[in-house]
Design a binder for this molecule. Sequence first.
Ligand SMILES: [Zn+2]
Length: 362
Amino acid sequence: MVNTWGSVYRFYPEARSAHIERSIGMGAATTFYLHRRDDFDSALPGVESFQQTSLWEMLRRIWVAPPRYMEVPEPLWFQYFGATALVLLTCRLRGGLTRTPLTTVSYAIENAEISRIPRPLQRLPKWVWTTAARGAVRATISMFDRIVFGTSGARDALMDSLGSRGREALARPERSALIPALPAKCDCPDAHRERTVLFLGALSSRKGFDLVASAWPTVRKLMPDARLTIVGQGPQKNIAHMLADGDVGVTYLGPQSRAAIHKILRSHMLVVLPSQPANRWREQVGLPIVEALSHGCRIVTTAETGLTDWLRANGAAVLETNASVEEIARSIYEQLEAADSVLAYDLPAVDGRISADRWLLR
Ligand SMILES: [Zn+2]
């Protein structure tokens, strides 16, 4: 039997490039994943510690070569609840068998209230869903040793799904901490920025891409030299093509490598992401927002992100979720009119996710 005490396993059901990039600063670990997200860049440094696997193979690895720390998906990620519960149970059984500590940790950013029903279950009465969902969270929460919340919204959502005893137990300072999911400033060199807007991410109604497309003609009327760059792919790709075909100020680049995205970010003044809720889905943090912050870009978004309070206190435009197309256009215009093309955000020296990892693996 391989002795791996002292090691760290992470279970990320869906792996993406940001996970690989951040893993460089986090504790050395083997990361098991089931699926690749569209933006998974297999040429990134650090990718060699990521292993695509099946759930059963991962459980077998935990059993025969148990880690010292096991990071599991957060309790409110119901799509992977079964897999998470099996991993936690395996860790508990394996740790109990050898009486050696196996610490289970998690990083939580889900901020959707428990009452929001996943789309496949929407025929259920709301009380059936909430009773089952609360039961599932309460059944597993005692198997989590430590949790870091990346936003106050995530802490509220999880606490709200527990009873008063569960809340008290989880709130103990050795079991949970709130470490904001803010990035450190990127090492990218500063670049010249004109009145340029960037939409970065999935071209979908969840990310409000259709709203940006509808708002754009008004922005151009208010500011004829404004430019829009669109990076990404998704179901609304046709809208991106139509917009670019009809306006010389719009460029649609499709999906880009990570190196190219850094270059694009540092040459743009504003990132726009008017996220919209859909069924149980709610914007958690918003990777384009994090990347905009780390590159000093101005931001126009909606109050869906768990960083809303911080963003509002730090000069970003955070609109109400049901803001009209005209309000979005006006907000983009006002941000482009601002005197400073680059914002000096008050960011931590170390990326919040990396600080969270240090707390979890202490
Ligand atoms: Zn950069």
